[in-house]
Design a protein around this ligand. Structure first.
Ligand code: SAM
Ligand code: SF4
Length: 321
């Protein structure tokens, strides 16, 4: 079992398999990213899997594949199958923009993927295009429908922005309600890679807007989830992720691995330790030592609220959000 210095059990690993993306969401990635990590510095799936085995043996019970856009990596289903075959009980999930999902959902499900979070920031083609800098909506929604069809459990993520998609908050909720999917609104996290004039909506603004149409009750947090949940009168449940608060840090159970092999104990801080050389050498013991050191140094809480108004240098497309 992996327990950090504050007594938290860490059993959730988020793995960013690539920083590259086929979208350029205005809140996440500049149109011309500063530089990509050279391909030769990335860990291949065998090397990543070597670390997955170490992490599972040490107590990781949930793995989420993310990116960049994870579906850009070929043979992702084979990687998922390696993890599933090693530990079928593992809670295997993925976060994707769904652009390439229609053709791959069945393969991913067959490989052992259980759950999928899909980013849907708008249901209006022009607005979706403005946000992603590409005509994406039709393919995203087709991908989402396919995921449901093959039996993956789906959640939707939306980043609400003032003057961009704020008037679609209830529409996205309605869309999700109709399909029995949970929507989670993610407060925009300011970062230097995003466009400068974005104004993210805060949870208070979201709740006021939703409250004009529905009455809801506050259900708090589920176990270790960073999402604050609310239930509408008709039983529909939605979530809000509020990174600028640190309420969820006390129960944080996660660490992150980048495609290069940097192991990150907290999304807020730049600190990371590399497992790159250890797995390249096939040195499982060294990889396990690095993992334990990262757990030992996991910070007590984030500092988003202290840095309010200051943009983070964190590239979410590198760490997987
Ligand atoms: N490409 C995939 C996708 O978009 O779902 C996975 C990677 S993306 C970095 C993971 C999540 O981070 C997405 O739900 C995205 O909306 C969110 N995200 C990215 N940048 C963000 C920001 N600045 N503030 C809040 N959420 C952000
Ligand atoms: Fe790509 Fe996801 Fe970032 Fe959008 S949020 S640019 S889809 S990594």
């Amino acid at each position: 079992m992996l327990v950090d210095s504050y007594g938290r059990t860490v059993d959730y690993l988020r793995v960013s398999v690539t920083e590259r993306c086929n979208f350029r969401c205005q809140y996440c990635m500049p149109e011309k990213p500063f530089s990509w990590v050279p391909k030769e510095n990335l860990l291949n799936f065998e090397e990543l899997f070597l670390f997955m085995k170490v992490a599972i043996d040490e107590g990781i019970k949930k793995i989420r594949i993310t990116g960049g856009e994870p579906l850009l990596r070929s043979d992702l289903d084979a990687f998922i199958k390696m993890i599933y075959d090693y530990c079928p009980e593992i809670d295997l999930a993925m976060t994707t923009n769904a652009y390439l999902l229609k053709g791959s959902a069945q393969k991913l499900k067959d490989a052992g993927l259980k759950r999928i979070n899909i980013s849907v920031d708008s249901l209006i083609p022009d607005v979706a295009e403005k946000i992603a800098k590409k005509d994406v909506l039709k393919k995203v929604l087709e991908g989402l429908d396919e995921a449901l069809k093959v039996g993956l459990k789906v959640k939707v993520n939306m980043v609400p922005m003032i003057g961009m998609n704020e008037n679609e908050i209830l529409d996205v909720m309605k869309y999700c309600k109709k399909r029995d999917i949970t929507v989670r609104y993610i407060e925009y996290m300011e970062n230097i890679h995003a466009e400068v004039d974005i104004k993210g909506m805060k949870s208070e603004q979201l709740l006021a807007l939703i409250g004009e149409k529905y009455s809801y009750t506050d259900e708090g947090f589920d176990a270790t989830s960073p999402s604050h949940y609310y239930r509408c009168e008709d039983g529909y449940r939605f979530g809000i992720i509020e990174p600028y608060k640190d309420d969820f840090c006390a129960k944080c159970n996660r660490i992150r691995l980048t495609a290069e092999g940097n192991l990150i104990p907290c999304l807020y801080f730049d600190e990371a330790m590399s497992i790159h050389d250890a797995v390249k050498r096939g040195d499982i013991q060294e990889a396990a030592l690095v993992l334990k050191e990262v757990i030992r140094t996991k910070p007590e809480k984030n500092r988003w609220s202290e840095a309010d108004g200051e943009a983070s240098t964190r590239a979410f497309y590198e760490t997987g959000g």
